[in-house]
Structure formats: C-alpha cells, structure tokens
Design a protein around this ligand. Sequence first.
Ligand code: FES
Length: 106
Amino acid sequence: MQWVKIFTGSAEADKRLVENKPQLLIVEGKRICLVKRGADFLAVNDRCPHNGESLSKGLVNFAGEIVCPWHGHQFNLKTGREFQERSPDVDCYPIKADEDGLYIGI
Ligand code: FES
C-alpha cells in the first residue's frame, strides 16, 4: 500500500470538505469518494460495485452509508458492505493524519 498526501492537514480538509457531502478525489489515477463525517474522513472507491455509477454523486444517509444515486444501494463507509448484500462490497481506503498532512492509503 502506498500513502498519498491529499491535504496539508485535518484543518485544511475541514475547511475544504462539507460535512456528509461526498467529494470526488482522483489520486494516482484512482477515483475516490471522500466523505467528512464528524471527526472522521472516510474514503471508498468511487465506482459503485453494482453497475458503475459514481458514488460521489450520491448522498450520505443517517446511518453513515453512501447511497448510490442510480439504484439506491447503500454502502457502509467504514466497512464497504452493502446493507442488504444486493451487490459486492465497495473497496474502502484508510486515511491517516500525520504531523505534515492527511494521507490516503491506496
Ligand atoms: S449502479 Fe449503484 S446501485 Fe446500481
């Protein structure tokens, strides 16, 4: 796994991301759906495992799931699991904060 810096720190990420609003990020050619939720930054593959829609065009529900805008499958942002197992899990990516930045592991 490779750690890639995406923000200079949590403060910059807090300033640039809106709570519970998915943001598309392209890191090393990979499309990532990034969500700030409370103190957490959560990242999943942007490609919906059901039929390929961009998850960053979806929304986050009360349970902390990203809801695909096409057919409504709901993926847990921490585990990647679709809550009714209607499609395979979406890949999750770890995020870590260092003294010099916020990193994603891909
Ligand atoms: S493409 Fe995402 S639920 Fe069908």
